[in-house]
Design a protein. Structure first.
Length: 217
């Protein structure tokens, strides 16, 4: 049975992916190259410093450690500036209803995100109150696709992995969930999230009842 649901943040609860993309693209442009949409896909779910390394390898640019920290900090300042436009209305469609339904069914709710900004973002969209645990980029030592982030969340909630469902929009996040032995719901496209147990476009056409059926309850 499903006893806990663990949610990724960016691209699942809220559409911050476009802001991450704008801010990273600026870093690439400053270094003299561009970052395409499909290249940006590789960065979803990946920590800030690892994302920068991927971008630098795309551009064939090498930087000193100090310079890397400076670029990453610049990116984050820009990203947080962009995030200031966000309001509770930027919560992705159907998410609130879905979480309210889970609460009504006494299914526990946790967050599993690589972002160090997770709490700030959740506060901004007024969603902090839903989460019984938050595992974010400040707590994990191994990023997605390592299963640590979701195993920590399950442990916090005292629920065994086989009773957990993970919601993820990133390839690395689905791999993390499957590595943790959890049921993985992909948010996005089947062609990209090939390892997910099921893939849905979003929460506006997917109800908790549909999840229970998919899980086999
Ligand atoms: C999420 C996003 C990534 C981002 C990472 C770190 O996983 O999908 O695009 O790089 O968090 O976010 P942060 O807010 O700490 O830079
Ligand atoms: Mg994500």
């Amino acid at each position: 049975s499903i006893q806990a649901c663990l949610f990724d943040l960016d691209g699942v609860i809220v559409d911050t992916a476009r802001f991450h993309y704008i801010a990273w693209r600026q870093v690439a442009n400053d270094l003299g190259f561009d970052l395409s949409h499909s290249q940006n896909e590789l960065l979803k779910g990946i920590s800030r410093m690892e994302s920068l390394d991927i971008i630098l390898s795309i551009g064939g640019v090498e930087l000193s450690e100090d310079e890397k920290v400076r670029r990453a900090t610049e990116k984050n300042t820009h990203y947080l500036e962009l995030c200031q436009q966000m309001t509770p209305d930027d919560t992705l469609p159907g998410v609130r209803v879905f979480l309210d339904d889970l609460k009504a069914k006494s299914i526990k709710i946790g967050l599993g995100s690589a972002s160090k900004n997770a709490r700030v973002i959740l506060e901004r969209i007024d969603m902090l109150k839903y989460f019984e645990t938050i595992v974010d980029g400040n707590r994990i030592t191994k990023g997605k696709p390592d299963p640590q982030v979701f195993l920590m969340g399950a442990d916090d909630l005292h629920i065994a992995p086989e009773h957990c469902v993970v919601f993820e929009d990133a390839v690395a996040g689905i791999q993390s969930a499957k590595g943790a032995g959890m049921f993985a719901v992909g948010i996005g496209h089947k062609s990209i999230l090939t390892e997910a147990d099921i893939v849905v476009a979003g929460f506006d056409e997917f109800r908790v009842e549909d999840l229970l059926v998919a899980f086999g309850e």
